[in-house]
Design a protein around this ligand. Sequence first.
Ligand code: CO8
Length: 372
Amino acid sequence: ASIVISGSGLYTPPHSVTNEELVDAYNRYADKFNAENAAAIEAGELAAKPHSSAEFIEKASGIKSRYVFAKEGICDIDRMAPVIPQRAEDEMSHQAEMALAAAKQALAAANKKPEDIDAVIVSCAYTQRAYPAIAIEVQAALGIAGFGFDMLVACSAATFALHRAYDSVASGSARAVLVINPELTSPQLNYTDRDSHFIFGDVATAMVVEKAETCTSQHSYDILDIKAVTSFSNNIRSNFGYVSRAHGDDPFGPANLFHQNGRSVFKEVCPMAADHIGGQLEAKGFTPADVKRWWLHQANINMNNLIVRKLLGRDADAEEAPIVLDRYANTASAGSLIAFNLHHEDLAAGDLGVLCSFGAGYSIGSLLLRKR
Ligand code: CO8
């Protein structure tokens, strides 16, 4: 029996930060840093912090602004990190709050009630605590029976979780699965690093996966195929973890925050992603020309353009390969799902789409979808 995506949800945080605001704060921070460390910089013991630029950011990445869960603190040059106060243990966690907002929308779009769902997967680049699982907290808040668990696969967390949802429905271990991706990236972003301070934003996405025979939603998509691959790379890392305390590291030091070798990532991941998608289409008897919509990972507009050009042999227009990076920036695993959420209802029955993530790990996860 066919397995479908029957609904999707999107929680967009209330605050946004423009490139100009971010660059202004970073440049003031850099000037202060350089003034305070003038002697060491002069002696060649320390590198001066160069200025950032809004024009560079837009040209190199396609990002114009990003949404953030908490704006306070990000542009405060004495802090350069969001202010997200700790909550008491009997209050809902921040990530569960984001997840819940997206989950409710996905359930409504799928025309499903909590009692129709048997499993909740929260999957994202980071969870704010080790346990109890954020998924179990959301499961309780929604009143869902069955089971929930968290999983982390960096940028491919959402697609890999959809794969697990597909497997669970296919094996009969769940009638329907709620997949949620609360990407609270801003606490892990190094706002004092010119090369990466602009890259990420916060968001949450959600999807419901179930059998076609139980699906009653208006817009649903047959999952024709799932395909995943991983290949170890040190080019995108965050070393923060539960052992950081034992290392005696500064938990907020640059090695413990997101850092990458962006140019290598660009060069290595684009061909991997194009081969992955091309191979998947071919194995199922399709060609890239058969694809009506490309819901691609949103890390960098030039990457998306290059991957689609490799596949199609021409540029895709904005309708074929929608970009949400300009407003949302890179939202780790949620990017391709935001693109899907905002750009899927116009497809006609039978239209083919590719949902694909690519990023840290390296990890690539894709789904071939067909509008019902
Ligand atoms: N302002 C002005 N100049 C700058 C800036 C800036 N902000 N940043 C860099 N420059 C300079 C550089 O220093 C360089 O100068 P020089 O030529 O003198 O060395 C020049 O501009 C050009 O730099 P690059 O060649 O590095 O610039 P690119 O055109 O390659 O663009 C990008 C940089 C945007 C980083 C690009 O390489 C890119 O996007 N690469 C792909 C990265 C990618 O996809 N990464 C995936 C990461 S996401 C992921 O996997 C999820 C992990 C979990 C996420 C949660 C985290 C919080």
